[in-house]
Design a protein around this ligand. Structure first.
Ligand code: SAM
Ligand code: SF4
Length: 449
């Protein structure tokens, strides 16, 4: 048996979305319980794990780049290399065959097996055997309910309330890499959030691939969100990513009126053209989406909106793209993630529709939307000039330890000089906004002299 006390240092690299950040915290908890320790320095590691994303080709390319670097390290000393998450699930044997450096492939529903698989891989290496393993079964039930993630961020805590997705948007690989939708027991979620509040986490972000389709017996997402926000000690609650189809009035009311539910909704649009939305199988039209935006703003005009857009989906014409352009102007999002369509293996679009928008046209459309969104974000930020706003302090600003960085309720970044008023991460402080850029607000703490 391989001795864990001599080969137990694990280095984990995380790629992709918040759900992956959360899953890495789960993996750390599972490995920590089994006796592994962690190192930030991969040169010191006995085990290197990559928690991967499969959502776009670019995400794959980054992982291949890192794997190439690991080859040299593995030649020099014993090392177990594992690929976890969506790319492992998506490519399975193809990835094993293409990358001999990989010892383990473990999909998002098989993390409980990881400690044993690492020990077996290390033992096989010690015995000079060429053994490689794969654990990529998807589960209809696994929610890791009993595992308390080992969290590394102090102010915010991610809490997955559901896993998987049943929507099968035609462009998206998530239903194939993360399996069917399943929701956690609400009492487990509430107990976890109470413990997080007691540990000093001030913000909780509820996570799910389609978070607002959460359902467990009599509990829907509006009820869960309200119950979480009612827990004493929690200053702010956020959630991501919701689907526009799952916004009943009770959920809209909860966001609009609960004082601790942040006034921000990430509302992925993907396209502003009805034919493309239909091809994507998003189940809403341009008109449905705009009605939802009206409903949100009628309840509370202060709610900020952000979105995801895909440019150059199969067959998207220039005129159809312009519908998306106009829709972004019309809604006036605070921010937007804008992507080039990237064909993914297994998806309905990959099987049914040719990826026929030329690359230069995709790039050009993305650039035009980014430029448009930058002008809208600047306009939105300018609306804050002269206002004083509550900011949740996250920590030092990236560029200077002499400044604080935090977020408004609407999730906009704020930066200000550290003054003479006592401040620490997790505090909510009043900041008067005096200057803005496309991506941030700048100001001063009104409590400082
Ligand atoms: N569940 C969320 C929803 O329904 O909007 C999104 C989850 S996905 C991790 C985040 C974003 O990636 C999507 O909203 C979409 O804009 C983008 N995306 C997904 N598949 C893509 C693809 N094949 N090519 C380009 N972008 C993609
Ligand atoms: Fe993918 Fe659509 Fe599910 Fe979002 S709702 S994860 S885009 S299939």
């Amino acid at each position: 048996m391989t001795d864990l006390s001599t080969r137990n240092r694990v280095h984990i690299e995380t790629f992709g979305c918040q759900m992956n950040v959360y899953d890495t915290e789960l993996v750390r908890a599972l490995l920590g319980k089994a006796g592994f320790t962690f190192t930030e320095d991969r040169e010191q590691a006995d085990v290197i794990l990559m928690n991967t994303c499969a959502i776009r080709e670019h995400a794959h390319d980054r992982v291949y780049g890192h794997l190439a670097e690991l080859k040299a390290i593995k030649r020099a000393r014993p090392l177990v290399v594992g690929v976890l998450g969506c790319m492992a699930q998506n490519l399975k044997k193809d990835l094993m065959d293409a990358e001999p450096v990989v010892d383990l492939l473990v999909g998002p529903d098989a993390y409980r097996r990881l400690p044993d698989l690492i020990v077996e891989a290390a033992a096989a290496q010690d015995a000079g055997l060429a053994q490689r393993s794969m654990a990529v079964d998807l589960s209809e039930y696994e929610t890791y309910e009993d595992i308390l993630p080992e969290r590394t961020h102090g102010v915010n805590a991610w809490v997955a309330v559901m896993r998987g997705c049943d929507n099968f948007c035609t462009f998206c690989v998530v239903p194939y890499t993360r399996g069917r939708e399943r929701s956690r027991d609400p009492h487990g979620v509430l107990d976890e959030v109470k413990a997080l509040a007691a540990q000093g986490h001030r913000q909780v972000t509820l996570l799910g691939q389609n978070v607002n389709s959460y359902r467990h017996e009599q509990w829907d997402f509006a009820r869960l969100l309200t119950a979480v926000a009612d827990i004493p000690g929690v200053a702010r609650v956020r959630f991501t990513s919701p689907h526009p189809k799952d916004f009943p009035p009770a959920l809209l009311d909860a966001v609009a009126t609960h004082p601790r539910v942040c006034k921000h909704i990430h509302l992925p649009l993907q396209s502003g053209n009805d034919r493309i939305l239909d091809l994507m199988d998003r189940t809403y039209s341009r008109k449905d989406y705009l009605l939802l935006v009206d409903e949100i703003r009628r309840r509370n005009p202060a709610i900020a909106l952000s979105t995801d857009i895909i440019c150059g989906f199969c067959g998207e014409s220039e005129t159809e793209f312009q519908d998306t352009y106009r829709m972004i102007e019309e809604v006036g999002y605070h921010s937007a993630f804008i992507f080039k369509y990237s064909e993914r293996k297994q998806t309905i679009a990959a099987r049914k529709y040719p990826d026929d928008v030329p690359e230069p046209a995709k790039v050009d459309r993305v650039n035009r939307l980014i430029e448009l969104q930058r002008s809208i974000s600047l306009r939105r930020n300018r609306e804050m000039l002269g206002c004083t706003t509550d900011v949740l302090v996250e920590g030092d600003a990236k560029k200077s330890a002499g400044q604080w960085m935090g977020k408004t309720d609407a999730n906009v970044t704020v930066i200000w000089e550290k003054g003479d008023s006592p401040t620490q991460p997790g505090d909510v402080v009043p900041i008067a906004i005096t200057r803005v850029s496309v991506t941030a607000l700048f100001g001063h703490d009104v409590r400082s002299s």
